[in-house]
Design a binder for this molecule. Structure first.
Ligand code: SAM
Length: 292
């Protein structure tokens, strides 16, 4: 996907424009820790009393990054681990080094504990393929033994239209077969077991006083969709779900409209209403959440 970093100045404006924000996730399609302004932005947020969470491939938990992560007070960091097998992991992560990731997680947990930091708590996330669909129990055991405490969740290869142009041809084959359904079913089955080994994100949020039920807003009918956030693109366009990455309406843009105006927009309301009821718009075509 096109890689583009938010500027530190734009991030400052976002914080200025949303003074009531309490928790912020510094995430994107790329690797947050590779952003040169990552720690500056994190500090800017924590200085305002905002909790910062993030999501990483775990490959750059060097001694100096580990110190900075703890010092800036990042509350939660989840690490993506797609396989327990180093060669499968390397294939999925294009040269990724599983040992380096696991060593880094342990380095972070050890530094945190030996220096009296409460945070960050460390979570687990990942993407499963047909050949790795039964690996959640082994990944969980391995991650737990290196300091992971929270199970955030796994997802199958994303079959939505925004992703298709970036896949190699051989991966496209896997998307229109029963394999997707099988992977989703395996994830559901093994996630329940994983939650007997690791704390759930909902529990973590409850412990930390972060309002996140994962069940949609108060009058929502359908879990999984219409979660309690908006997803913002660097252009200022927002969508009701992070799986929808194509701007739907020019009225849903935070450079020209306030959040309240977007929420009051009829199309926005209708889209959320449809998500609640499982009436999925075209933008949701292929999303694994529509099968859950
Ligand atoms: C896009 S990554 C970005 C953050 C960080 N670099 C990482 O690796 O976790 C966020 C999550 O999306 C998952 N992911 C990335 N590409 C995906 C795809 N095409 N289909 C499904 N999940 C994907 C990753 O496994 C990861 O857990």
């Amino acid at each position: 996907m096109e890689q583009k970093d938010i500027t530190v100045e734009d991030f400052r404006h976002v914080l200025d424009n949303f003074p009531t924000v309490r928790t912020i996730a510094l995430v994107g399609e790329g690797e947050p820790l590779m952003h040169k302004g990552f720690f500056e932005m994190a500090r800017m947020a924590t200085d305002r009393g905002i909790r910062v969470v993030t999501l990483s491939n775990g490959s750059t938990f060097s001694s100096s990054n580990v110190k900075k992560i703890c010092a800036v007070g990042i509350v939660y960091i989840s690490v993506s681990i797609d396989s327990f097998d180093p060669s499968t992991f390397a294939a999925s992560r294009i040269g990724g080094d599983l040992t380096q990731v696991l060593t880094g997680i342990k380095r972070l947990a050890d530094y945190r504990d030996s220096h009296g930091f409460q945070y960050p708590r460390i979570g687990l996330k990942g993407t499963l393929f047909d050949q790795t669909q039964n690996q959640i129990p082994a990944i969980v055991a391995m991650a737990k033994s290196h300091g992971v405490e929270i199970f955030e969740g796994f997802q199958p290869l994303n079959p939505m239209s925004t992703y298709l142009p970036i896949y190699p041809t051989e991966k496209l084959k896997a998307l229109d077969t029963d394999e997707m359904g099988q992977v989703t079913a395996a994830i559901l089955r093994d996630s329940a077991k994983a939650l007997t080994q690791l704390k759930s994100v909902s529990q973590f949020c409850e412990d930390e006083g972060i309002a996140l039920s994962k069940n949609g807003r108060g009058n929502g009918l359908r879990p999984n969709c219409d979660e309690e956030w908006v997803y913002a693109l660097l252009s200022g366009d927002i969508t009701p779900c992070c799986q929808i990455k194509t701007p739907i309406s020019s009225n849903w843009n935070l450079t020209s409209h306030t959040l309240d105006e977007v929420f009051a927009d009829t199309l926005y309301e209708n889209t959320r209403f449809n998500l609640w009821n499982g009436l999925f718009p075209d933008h949701c075509k292929g999303c694994f959440k529509t099968n859950v």
